[in-house]
Design a protein around this ligand. Structure first.
Ligand code: ARG
Length: 445
């Protein structure tokens, strides 16, 4: 029983929140006259001392004390004697743990959001440097149309922007105080839940005590946001893994984020990126774990809910590492823009530009232009040359409406410059996106 019951090995991570919650609670008990102001002050002094001890020496792990709440209370009793027993008036560990955990998740949201802002800054900085660097854009991982590296990086900026918005939604929904819900039914003591909510920077107290002690939506919301973000980071990591491979050769990753091989002297492996990709699996696993834990629980608290913390702590830790790794990777990688440009020139990436030229300059319906272009690509394939290396005579043999002006449209630079629709890959569009993002991130002072 002792072993299966103990949560102190992991919930000691809640000590700051537990002490903050207790200090808010005891101040309210004193102000409401539920306990004397003198006892409240004694208890508060004891709690302050425990915080100092834990800060200095860490939290002692006595499994007989089960959890962080009992650990703090036991120490308080050692320090101030039986008056410590008054702290738990009008409270239960059920509303206490819900409050502590909410405070912890709220802090984790804020920390993750700050990390994501850093990642966005790195993306925006590199995107600004590479607003004009041409690379192949892919669909089905087949060369599709030339794009700019800046545009590609800004796509991840957008994903992270949505991740931050999901975190901010989660934070707003979380921010109601369970304290004062007691075990499940509320309390007969004349508590003031507004006071404790305010002291702990919650927007308001929760409206239903049964819900308050058994709600873990806030933890699931956080994990959903983590999962989606982990998927984004994994996709970005995958890009770097591909780009760093020799057949691509688009990027050289910083030595600080790569490792060598113990047997192949030439190897430089993208381990950090691979671990970010791997961590996404674990974060999604944490989300699944909590949802499955919660799904069969009747109201109100059940001990199953003690298992809510490890997956949340694990996911938060994995996200912190993954975000830091990707920030470093984006900031410190060397993009091999010559090689990217070369690759963009392969694979008939400007075939759509030929079709668009036929539409614009020769007034040919797009479907027909698409067909003519297909014939030109086929011919170029046979000749093993690029589209703009085909002699004009051969192009005119496919369709007489083609003239020499077409060659200007077939360069990769012309191709990206042409895609100047809002949100498109043209350097001017990318620069506008970057400028807007820099302003949103407060990067220009
Ligand atoms: N250690 C418990 C948890 O983490 C605290 C709440 C205990 N409540 C109870 N009724 N046994 O969930």
């Amino acid at each position: 029983m002792r072993e299966i019951n103990a949560s102190i090995p992991f919930d000691k991570a809640l000590w700051r929140q537990d002490i903050a919650g207790s200090r808010a609670h005891v101040a309210m008990l004193g102000a409401q006259g539920i306990i004397s102001e003198e006892d409240a002050a004694t208890i508060d002094g004891g709690l302050a001392q425990i915080a100092e001890e834990y800060e200095r020496d860490g939290v002692p792990e006595d499994w007989d004390l089960e959890d962080i709440h009992m650990t703090v209370e036991a120490r308080l009793t050692e320090l101030i004697g039986p008056v410590a027993g008054r702290l738990h008036t009008a409270r239960s560990r059920n509303d206490q743990v819900a409050t502590d955990f909410k405070l912890w998740v709220r802090g984790a949201i804020d920390q993750m959001d700050a990390g994501l802002a850093e990642l966005q800054r790195a993306l925006v900085t590199r995107a600004g440097e590479h607003a004009e660097s041409v690379m192949p854009g892919f669909t089905h991982l087949q060369t599709a149309q030339p794009v700019t590296l800046g545009h590609h990086l800004m796509a991840y900026y957008e994903m992270i922007r949505r991740d931050r918005s999901r975190l901010s939604d989660a934070r707003a929904r979380l921010n109601e105080s369970p304290l004062g819900s007691a075990a499940l039914a509320g309390t007969g003591f004349p508590v003031n839940r507004e006071t404790t909510a305010k002291a702990l920077e919650f927007d308001r107290p929760t409206a239903n005590s049964l819900d308050a002690v058994s709600d873990r939506d806030f933890a699931m919301d956080f994990l959903f946001a983590c999962s989606t973000c982990a998927v984004h980071l994994s996709r970005l990591a995958e890009e770097f893994i591909l780009w760093a491979s020799q057949p691509f050769g688009f990027v050289t990753m910083a030595d600080t984020l790569s490792t060598g091989s113990s047997i192949m002297p030439q190897k430089k492996n993208p381990d950090a990126a691979e671990l970010v990709r791997g961590h996404a699996g674990r974060v999604i696993g944490c989300t699944t774990a909590l949802m499955v834990t919660m799904k069969g629980l009747p109201l109100a608290y059940s001990k199953d809910m003690q298992d809510d913390k490890p997956p949340v702590f694990e996911a938060a830790g994995l996200m912190e590492l993954s975000i830091a790794a990707m920030t470093g990777m984006v900031a410190d990688s060397t993009f091999k823009t010559d090689r990217m440009r070369e690759a963009a020139q392969l694979g008939y990436a400007t075939a759509t530009d030929l079709a668009d030229w036929l539409v614009t300059e020769a007034d040919i319906p797009f479907r027909e232009a698409h067909h003519i272009t297909g014939a030109a690509v086929k011919l170029a394939e046979e000749r093993c040359c690029a589209l703009d290396e085909l002699p004009l005579a051969d192009l005119r043999a496919i369709d007489a409406r083609i003239d020499e002006r077409v060659f200007a449209a077939l360069s990769v630079d012309a191709s990206v410059a042409a895609r100047a629709s809002y949100g498109g890959t043209a350097p001017e569009q990318v620069k506008a996106q970057v400028a807007q993002a820099r302003a949103a991130l407060g990067m220009d002072g």
